[in-house]
Design a binder for this molecule. Structure first.
Ligand code: NI
Ligand code: MN
Length: 224
C-alpha cells in the first residue's frame, strides 16, 4: 500500500492512503500555498500539543469535515467540550483504529493545556507507518521506538530554540534508524531559521542507511 505525504508547512502535513486523509497539527497561518480550512477534506486530525502553531484550526476543521480528533486526554476533553468527536489517548498508549495502529510517544515539551503533556505519534495508516516526533527535545529513549512499532518515515523538528536543532535532530536520526527522515518545524520564523541541506549532510554522513528527504512547504512525496 502506498500513501501520499503533503507537507503544508511548519509541523502541518497530510497523509492520504486507502481513500482516507489524516492531517497532523493543522496550523495553516502563513502556509506558502495559502491553503485554508475550506480547501481541506480530512478524516482524522492528530494533535501533539495545544500550542497555537500545532492546535491551529483543529476544532473548526473537525466540525467542518466531521473528522475524528486523536490526541492526548486533556486536549480531547477540550475538543469534546467544543462539540468535536475525539479519541483520547496518552503517552505510551496504543490503539488499533480501522486504518491501523497508533502509538503515542513522549515528547519533551510544553503541553499548552493544564495538566497535559506534549506527545508524538507512531501511526500506521493503511499499511504505511511513520513517526511524527511533535515538538521535542532530544531524548535517548528514541532508540527504543522502532523496536516497539516499526516505521519507515520519521518527521523530526530541526528548528532549534523550541525543539531539537539540526545537530540534536541528527543524533535523534541515529537513535531512530528510520530509513527515511524528513525535517520539519524550521524556517517558519526567523528564530527557527535552519539549513536543511546541512542537516541532510550531517545525518547521511553519520548514518549511511538513512536518507534525508527535504520536502519544501507545499510539496508532496509518495510513500511506500
Ligand atoms: Ni510547541
Ligand atoms: Mn511548535
Amino acid at each position: 500500500m502506498t500513501a501520499t505525504f503533503k507537507y503544508i508547512h511548519h509541523a502541518c502535513f497530510t497523509v492520504t492512503a486507502g481513500g482516507e486523509t489524516l492531517i497532523c497539527d493543522p496550523f495553516l497561518d502563513g502556509n506558502p500555498e495559502g491553503i485554508t480550512m475550506k480547501d481541506l477534506k480530512v478524516d482524522y486530525i492528530f494533535i501533539t500539543h495545544a500550542h497555537g502553531d500545532h492546535l491551529g484550526c483543529a476544532y473548526e476543521l473537525a466540525k467542518q469535515c466531521h473528522a475524528l480528533i486523536i490526541t492526548t486526554a486533556e486536549i480531547a476533553a477540550q475538543a469534546q467540550e467544543k462539540g468535536c468527536e475525539a479519541h483520547a489517548m496518552h503517552l505510551g498508549g496504543t490503539f488499533r483504529f480501522p486504518f491501523g495502529k497508533v502509538r503515542v510517544t513522549p515528547a519533551f515539551h510544553g503541553s499548552g493545556i493544564a495538566g497535559g503533556h506534549a506527545c508524538g505519534f507512531i501511526i500506521n495508516f493503511h499499511g504505511t507507518a511513520f513517526y511524527f516526533a511533535g515538538d521535542t527535545a532530544l531524548y535517548s529513549d528514541m532508540q527504543l521506538l522502532r523496536s516497539l512499532d516499526p516505521f519507515r518515515y520519521a518527521l523530526l523538528p530541526i528548528g532549534g530554540n523550541f525543539t531539537m536543532d539540526p545537530h540534536d535532530a541528527a543524533k535523534a536520526a541515529c537513535f531512530l534508524k528510520a530509513p527515511v527522515v524528513i525535517p520539519i518545524h524550521y524556517n517558519t520564523w526567523p528564530v527557527i531559521t535552519q539549513d536543511p541541506a546541512a542537516f541532510k549532510k550531517e545525518v547521511e554522513a553519520k548514518m549511511p542507511e538513512t536518507k534525508v528527504v527535504i520536502v519544501q512547504p507545499g510539496g508532496t512525496m509518495e510513500w511506500d
